[in-house]
Design a protein around this ligand. Structure first.
Ligand code: CP3
Length: 349
């Protein structure tokens, strides 16, 4: 189906757009009372994410309620470890927990390479429903975790400030680490392409824990696998743009610029002009307002959003926050951010 609003895709490909497109990471979720209402009808996050009709409903909510220029499929990066044989639980107010983790070479052998159609069919079905129900209003973003970030959760078993167990494996068992990273990559490549086949218009890869690695380690244990994912999409779904968002990877911006993808996500810690120089003119940049800026007054939000838009310039920019929106953000403040981008008319001066 022809998209009525394809600003996101044109900006991703580097085409000129009438205005800058805008969406928010984690827009489908607890910031919206309408999400909380749906969430209360089910046993928990996992039931919501694995019930295609409900996942589709909460995916579309931010399009209706916030007026964003893209939807992102309601799911989680942790569906990949689950599909490989490591189920997760989502503990209320605490986050993800894996009852079993990867500890030994045998644990890695026991993991399977996920088959998207059979193991993750519920996400693909949700994508098909969203595409049908959106009726071409805005593009739909599919996503997955970067192999290194998924590796962190599989070793650690949950969130962590340091991910020292995962990093210990990189230092003490590099060959084993690569074996696991490759298995995750093979699972994720198939999954991203299956999302594109099901209807996802753009694919984003989240490397949420990039910032815990040294530049050398990042080059060794993350970038090669990100490259493989981008190449796999280029091979099988060449029309689908890819965004790589590596949080905290300020040290790898030049290398990011060399990945075979269209868009690089930026967090709020980096200088925009410097990032443009390091990443180069062949990429669209996405980001990067501090999520906490949305706690400020409406006037300050408008001012900071305009400042961000001016720094990125009119082309090759997708407006977003520098990380996911925090759950206690006032939806009216989110709307203020979205509308400020959509109404910006400052390019003439
Ligand atoms: O962006 C969206 O609106 C789409 C949905 C989405 C979720 N998770 C739903 C979710 C996306 C894109 C993700 C990605 C994700 N999940 C990442 C990468 C992005 C990032 O934030 O760095 C990571 C690291 C995860 C793992 C994860 N899932 C954590 C650490 C947590 C707990 C902390 C938290 O934010 O709640 C989750 C839970 C989760 N994923 C929720 C939602 C809506 C909240 C669970 C609930 O409603 O009970």
């Amino acid at each position: 189906m022809q998209l009525k609003n394809d600003l996101l895709l044109r900006a991703a490909r580097g085409e000129k757009t009438e205005r800058t497109p805008v969406w928010l990471m984690r827009q489908a979720g607890r910031i919206l009372p309408q999400y909380v209402a749906v969430r209360e009808r089910v046993s928990g996050f996992i039931e919501l994410a694995t019930t295609p009709e409900l996942a589709a409903e909460v995916t579309i909510q931010p399009v209706d309620l916030l007026g964003v220029d893209a939807a992102i499929i309601f799911s989680d990066i942790l569906v990949i470890p689950e599909a490989m044989g490591l189920p997760y639980e989502m503990v209320e107010k605490r986050g993800p927990h894996f009852p079993r983790t990867v500890r030994s070479p045998e644990d890695i052998d026991r993991l399977k390479v996920a088959d998207a159609e059979t193991d993750l069919g519920y996400v693909l079905e949700a994508i098909r429903l969203v595409k049908r129900d959106l009726g071409g209003r805005v593009p739909l973003i599919g996503f997955a975790g970067a192999p290194f970030t998924i590796f962190c959760y599989m070793i650690e078993g949950g969130g962590s400030k340091t991910f020292s167990k995962a990093k210990k494996m990189l230092y003490t068992e590099p060959a084993l680490s690569h074996r696991l990273l490759q298995k995750i990559t093979d699972s994720t490549a198939g999954y991203l392409n299956a999302q594109a086949s099901a209807g996802a218009d753009l694919l984003q890869v989240f490397d949420s824990w990039a910032g815990i690695l040294s530049p050398d380690q990042y080059r060794t244990f993350s970038l090669p696998y990100l490259r493989q994912l981008c190449q796999a999409v280029k091979r099988e779904a060449p029309a689908t743009p890819v965004t790589v968002f590596a949080k905290g990877a300020f040290f790898a911006r030049a290398e990011m610029g060399a990945l075979p993808c269209e868009v690089i996500g930026l967090d709020w810690n980096v200088d925009i002009a410097e990032s443009k120089t390091l990443i180069g003119p062949d990429k669209t940049l996405q980001g990067n307002l501090d999520p906490c800026a949305l706690y400020a007054s409406f006037d300050q939000i408008r001012q900071q959003t305009r400042q961000m838009l001016r720094a990125f310039g009119p082309h090759r920019h997708i407006a977003n926050l520098g990380h996911g929106v925090y759950p206690d953000t006032d939806p009216e403040k989110v709307k203020c951010f979205v509308e400020t981008v959509q109404e910006y008319a400052g390019w003439v001066d």
